[in-house]
Design a protein around this ligand. Structure first.
Ligand code: NAG
Ligand code: NAG
Ligand code: NAG
Ligand code: NAG
Ligand code: NAG
Ligand code: NAG
Ligand code: NAG
Ligand code: NAG
Length: 876
């Protein structure tokens, strides 16, 4: 695939020159240049151009780092002394994401310095692809390949492909944006550079002389041809800032001419590859001061038959670029080709040439895989953190490197028709993005550890023939649509070995095991009484649990997320009349559905980029999680720029409002306890009921909503993250939350855990107890954190001094003390010492039980309980 001209077998001049001792990045280096130092452990600076090369450590997961042989290392600049090689896998890819995205013109360049890095002294032969198309086959050990490419996608995959002749490797990878009008013949094109010459130049040119960082090799007096004459000028070239080719002046200042007008300048080459068409650009400037009245007129002809330009007239010191205009000029395959640059007929002056470029057209016969399929499968890869080493580059192309577990249709563009992730250690729910693989015929997710409900959208995949979910932990019922298809024998449905899954309603959920809470019995007397009490409580609790569970199930099965149009949203909200709040990503409006259900509509403000991410997070989470103590989604709107989430309306507002002094309707102690238990339930579900764990990250009373029955529900998942999925550095940049509730430990550690939510929850408990806000302003104007004044009083055991004055005399001292102790445990400075939310939940339920008992049966137990109930060891 290499078109090698007779005179241009380019071995790189990269060893040439000297090294600066003190390297510094040139601040003027164009920001949109991408320069990757493959195999570099740290970023480096190029000693010639002065601009920075980025280490590829964070850009690619595969491959191994190598060093070129030390005897020759000194001859090479830093970025060429190491490389990345790919001993594993057929295809390994870098993904470039230029700022200007798709449909723009780019120069991309890869450089390969073998340097006997593997000690085998054998030059490997391998291929490099751009997107899904073959770019070049690398056969030399010190070489580069360069292309002009207009990508159809916002990213560019550059893939090194093992063709069975040695381990692929790469030293640097570069991308330079070009003006969209240069080197263009097609809306989408892909041309590979054959050669680029600075005729008559003495040294290799690139950035900064060439602002586009093209590399101009010299075309010197290679053969000392006696009829050629080198000419140069000291005059300054008149650069036109509108000239899109931006040909470097220093390149134009030298040229070759011939001795007289009857001698042409001939460039000849032999095409080694099968590319049948070619593309040229010639660069001229008159650099001889001619006597007035004389002009130089030049013609360019290929193989004596194809006239590229009949007449080019040059002006003194003015650049002139002539490129072929057709989509590729046919050349002679397997024989010599001649380019003649001659004096046009009648012209007295001999021809000159200052520089030229030769490209051949690469095969663009393949389109990348249908982008919606690519996005879906990338989402699946990210969701499950799949480490399949061959999941790189395009999923379906080239055909010999289809991602393992996929099969594709051989259409143009290819579509994904089969996804097999059987026995891949998958956990969590079935990702929503599968819905977008609309050509899927086979979906095999068997023998993983998938949990959550079996989603209904699977029934909507029109071509699905095999659905294998055997051997997972899926729950809920099998959606009706799937059962119907299976009954009609359209679908081969396999769902065995999912212990929690119910094949057809009515479905009774299995009774969950009640975690046994260790209870220390501190007092010697009354043992029997206590045992009796504990038994009674467990009995009551499990009875209650059954009824809770069935309620939970009903709600989650009823869950349907309707899509609403923008006009429906307008009518639901009565043209956004009633603002009831302001969330992380926009305003919240009150609304009424056609069936008179009240809803809250959260509208994403169009300007906020951060808001959009939060909106996405919240939407994705709420599609998956369903719990009666999490606010639930009724529907959504995603039309053009309008994005809205529609929730059940929470009549009683949020906990912050309810606790505020402005609210005359004071929450009773019993209601506060119930709210604490509800919220702990919701959080326990996020932490322990979801796989992977979900961390809310912004728990606070304003995010705890109360429905008409005063049942509490956690809201606002915009900052939530799934745990164990995040890499630490990203977490650092995304630490967010609300002052007062934010875990101080995570601030120092730089990452969040479940225990950060537990900390916030502890603060909420104290707010329930005290009625105060997390941060209050003291008499001298300083901000005081709730813990700062509660903790000292707690130490003295004076719980009554912290309880909200508005419920003085109307609360149970014991349950208040226990709740405060739970709060203290939750807010321990060290996350490891804080209890898991499941333990907190059990404790709070005990508090509630104590309270209920006090209310209804105080005459029996009140005197004994106070002494007997102690905080479990987990809370110490
Ligand atoms: C590179 O290839 C040339 C020609 O095949 C060979 O002479 C040279 O030794 C090779 N260099 C290395 C470092 O292998
Ligand atoms: C051009 O130069 C060549 C070679 O030096 C010579 O043979 C030829 O006569 C010259 N022609 C003219 C018109 O001067
Ligand atoms: C381009 O692709 C076509 C088929 O799609 C093939 O026949 C031709 O040989 C290819 N050309 C090159 C240069 O690879
Ligand atoms: C992929 O699908 C084709 C039919 O489109 C089939 O012939 C081939 O066997 C499948 N390959 C695998 C690995 O399942
Ligand atoms: C999925 O791949 C496994 C092997 O990895 C194979 O046993 C199974 O038959 C495949 N499933 C389907 C539906 O082809
Ligand atoms: C799944 O996990 C087991 C045990 O950790 C491991 O041996 C196996 O290779 C994993 N399988 C895949 C496909 O990742
Ligand atoms: C499905 O594809 C559409 C269009 O490409 C995209 O907007 C949407 O976000 C995708 N949905 C999922 C769940 O990935
Ligand atoms: C599957 O997930 C559950 C929790 O959801 C976990 O307890 C269990 O160990 C997992 N099983 C395997 C084989 O990884």
């Amino acid at each position: 695939m290499n078109l090698v001209s007779v005179v241009s077998l380019f071995l790189l001049g990269i060893g040439f020159g000297f090294h600066f001792q003190c390297l510094h990045a040139d601040d003027n280096a164009p920001k949109d240049f991408i320069s990757i130092d493959c195999g570099g452990v740290v970023d480096s600076v190029d000693s010639e151009s002065g601009f920075p090369y980025k280490s590829d450590t964070n850009l690619i997961n595969s491959g191994v780092i190598g060093q070129i042989s030390s005897d020759i290392a000194d001859d090479y600049r830093l970025q060429y002394r190491h490389l990345r090689s790919f001993p594993h896998g057929v295809k390994n890819c870098y993904t470039l994401r230029p700022d200007s995205g798709r449909n723009n013109n780019y120069l991309i360049r890869a450089i390969f310095v073998y340097g006997n890095y593997d000690g085998k002294n054998t030059t490997p032969v391998f291929s490099i692809y751009v997107g899904v198309n073959l770019w070049s086959t690398i056969i030399y050990n010190d070489t580069r390949t360069e292309a002009i490419y207009v990508p159809p996608t916002d990213y560019i995959d550059v893939c090194l492909v093992n063709i069975g002749n040695g381990v692929p490797y790469i030293s640097t990878l570069e991308l330079r944006p070009l003006d969209n009008s240069v080197y263009r013949t097609d809306p989408h094109q892909f041309m590979v550079l054959s050669t680029r010459r600075d005729v008559g130049g003495d040294y290799r040119l690139r950035y900064p002389q060439d602002v586009d960082d093209r590399i101009w090799a010299t075309y010197d007096d290679d053969f000392n041809l006696p009829w050629l004459k080198k000419i140069q000028t000291d005059g300054s070239i008149t650069q036109n800032s509108n000239d899109p080719y931006k040909i470097p002046a220093s390149m134009l200042k030298t040229a070759y001419g011939t001795l007289n007008s009857s001698i042409p300048f001939v460039y000849e080459w032999f095409p080694y590859d099968s590319s049948p068409t070619i593309y040229f650009c010639f660069h001229f400037a008159e650099i001889e001061k001619l006597s007035s009245g004389t002009i130089r007129e030049i013609s360019i002809v290929l193989n004596d038959i194809y006239t590229i330009a009949p007449s080019v007239i040059l002006q003194y010191l003015v650049p002139r670029t002539i490129c072929t205009t057709s989509a590729g000029i046919p050349i002679n395959l397997n024989e010599e080709n001649y380019l003649r640059i001659s004096a046009a007929s009648g012209s007295k002056l001999p021809p000159i040439i200052n520089g030229f470029e030769v490209f051949y057209f690469a095969n663009l016969s393949y389109s990348p895989t249908f982008s919606q399929d690519v996005n879906a499968v990338m989402d699946i890869k990210n969701t499950f953190k799949l480490l399949n080493s061959d999941w790189q580059g395009d999923p379906c192309l080239p055909e010999f490197s289809i991602w393992s577990g996929l099969n594709c249709s051989h259409r143009n563009p290819p579509r994904i028709i089969s996804l097999n992730l059987s026995r891949s250690n998958l956990t969590g729910g079935i990702p929503f993005s599968i819905m977008n693989l609309t050509q899927l015929e086979t979906l095999d997710l068997s023998y993983n550890n998938l949990s959550g409900l079996l989603p209904e959208f699977l029934a909507q995949l029109p071509l699905l023939k095999i659905l294998d979910l055997t051997g997972n932990n899926l729950g809920g019922t099998v959606p009706e649509g799937l059962l119907v298809k299976s009954k009609d024998r359209v679908l081969d449905l396999r769902v065995d070995d999912n212990p929690e899954l119910c094949l057809s309603p009515p479905c009774k959920k299995k009774k969950k095991k009640v975690p046994v809470l260790p209870i220390i019995i501190a007092v010697v007397g009354g043992v029997i009484l206590i045992i009796a009490l504990v038994l009674l409580l467990i009995y009551k609790r499990s009875k209650k649990k059954n009824s809770e569970n069935s309620r939970e199930e009903k709600i989650s099965l009823k869950q349907k997320h309707r899509e609403y149009s923008y006009s429906e949203v307008v009518s639901i909200t009565n043209n956004f009349r009633d603002i009831i709040g302001e969330g992380g990503f926009g305003k919240v409006y009150k609304g009424v559905l056609k069936d008179k259900t009240l809803v809250a509509v959260k509208l994403l403000s169009s300007t906020s980029k951060q808001g959009y991410r939060e909106f996405q997070t919240e939407a994705e989470l709420l599609m998956i999680v369903h719990h009666r103590n999490l606010v639930s989604l009724v529907g959504y709107c995603d039309e053009g720029n309008t994005k809205a989430l529609i929730y059940e309306y929470m009549v009683n507002g949020n906990l912050r409002q309810r606790l505020s002094e402005a609210n005359a309707d004071v929450l009773s102690w019993n209601e506060r306890l119930q709210i604490a238990v509800d919220a702990a339930h919701g959080l326990d579900y996020l932490h322990n009921g979801c796989k992977p764990t979900i961390i809310h990250r912004d728990l606070k009373p304003a995010n705890i909503l109360l429905d008409d029955m005063m049942q509490a529900k956690i809201a606002d998942f915009g900052l939530s993250r799934t745990f164990q999925v995040e890499n630490q550095s990203e977490m650092l940049t995304r630490l967010a939350g609300t002052p007062g509730y934010f875990d101080p430990e995570s601030q120092t550690l730089g990452h969040l855990t479940k225990k950060s939510d537990v900390y916030s929850f502890g603060i909420i408990l104290f707010e329930l107890i005290t009625g105060s806000t997390a941060i209050t302003r003291s008499y001298n104007g300083n901000n005081v954190h709730l813990l700062d004044w509660v903790a000292p009083i707690m130490k003295k055991g004076k719980i009554e001094d912290v309880v909200d004055v508005r419920i003085k005399g109307e609360y149970n001292h014991n349950s208040a003390r226990r709740m405060a102790e739970v709060g203290m445990a939750c807010t321990k400075p060290n996350g490891d010492q804080r209890p898991d939310i499941s333990v907190v939940l059990e404790e709070l339920k005990e508090c509630l039980a104590v309270e209920m008992r006090t209310l209804s049966e105080s005459y029996e137990f009140s005197s004994t309980i106070s002494a007997e109930f102690n905080v479990g060891p987990n809370l110490r």
